[in-house]
Design a protein around this ligand. Structure first.
Ligand SMILES: Cc1cc2nc3c(=O)[nH]c(=O)nc-3n(C[C@H](O)[C@H](O)[C@H](O)COP(=O)(O)O)c2cc1C
Ligand code: SF4
Ligand code: SF4
Length: 281
């Protein structure tokens, strides 16, 4: 198999759980994307590289785009991505592939995995089914990686095909939504990617905030400072909703966080998420 590195980004633990599973099965090293993202260039040393991330707004998270843009020494390596989502992969895997292509590199394979939704409540969602199916999907992915299969492998091909013509429209709707979430006057002329870091402008805490600092610990990109026992968001948000979902007193409100629905993967802890931004040992 050669040596393997599995990079991941995760707000509420779904991506981390999948990354753990695949790294365990392939005998690979698990590396948080947030721990390397500030480097000017990211040098890859392993023969097989995995990239595991959630879908945001039917697309690739900004941090994963920046990560792909910084990758060096990809020649001769097998690089696969695992995109996971509560509904569908949207354009996330194709976008990642295009970033590689634009730099004369190649994403070897992309896999979609259905997981529970972490951003809004789907009353019909069967979380236990998603948890049971995830290891089976990882079995498929591991076999595909072992034989170096190439191409895109979605978990729900029909949804993918039906949504494909709407990707451009979805990007425009996302930009409009994020203009509102970031209190940016419309039309701003800014793209969804440019507006996402500012979406935390709508975050605020209510009287339940105890100043415990958990939100700052779980923010993988250091976007929260605790000042006078209250979180202050720094406008370089990845929209992962870790702060909102892991707050022990449900004190965070805002456009991205007014759903009344809170989620995290049952096998993942605050400590696991906080590790993404800590020095790696
Ligand atoms: C800001 C935001 C936007 C999202 N957009 C989508 C989406 O467009 N389609 C989808 O299927 N899931 C979407 N999701 C759900 C996540 O992709 C999904 O729950 C993922 O498994 C979360 O991974 P994590 O636990 O590693 O953070 C979104 C989540 C967030 C926080
Ligand atoms: S995690 Fe919640 S209670 Fe703790 S400081 Fe942040 S907002 Fe306040
Ligand atoms: S501020 Fe909250 S939503 Fe934004 S990146 Fe940090 S944890 Fe994620």
């Amino acid at each position: 198999m050669g040596n393997v590195e599995v990079y991941y980004f995760s707000g509420t633990g779904n991506s981390l759980t999948l990354a753990r599973l695949v790294a365990q099965r392939l005998g690979g090293e698990l590396i948080p994307i947030a721990s390397v993202i500030d480097r000017e260039k990211i040098e890859l040393t392993a023969d097989v590289i995995g990239i595991v991330f959630p879908v945001y707004y039917a697309a690739t998270p900004n941090i994963v785009r920046r990560f792909a843009e910084k990758l060096e020494t990809t020649e001769g390596k097998y690089i696969f991505a695992i995109s996971n989502y509560g509904g569908g992969a949207g354009d996330s895997l194709k976008t990642l592939g295009r970033i590689f292509e634009a730099r004369g590199k190649a994403l070897s394979a992309g896999f979609g995995v259905h997981m529970p939704q972490n951003a809004f409540h789907k009353p019909w969602e069967m979380k236990s089914l998603a948890y049971r199916q995830a290891p089976k999907r990882i079995d498929f992915i591991v076999r595909a990686v072992e034989v170096r299969r190439t191409g895109l492998f979605y978990s729900n091909v029909l949804v993918q095909a039906l949504m494909a013509p709407f990707q451009g429209w979805l990007r425009r709707m996302t930009a409009l939504y994020l203009e509102k979430a970031s209190n940016t006057p419309s039309p701003s002329g800014l793209t969804a990617e440019q507006l996402m870091p500012l979406a935390d402008r709508s975050f605020a805490v209510d009287e339940n905030c105890t100043g415990c600092g958990t939100c700052a610990r779980v923010c993988a990109v250091g976007n929260i400072e605790i000042v006078d026992k209250r979180p202050i968001w720094q406008n370089h948000c990845e929209n992962c909703l870790a702060c909102f979902n892991w707050c022990p007193t449900d004190a965070i409100r805002g456009a991205l966080a007014n759903t009344g629905y809170r989620y995290h993967h049952p096998d993942v802890t605050v400590r696991d998420i906080a590790r993404q931004s800590e020095p790696q040992t």
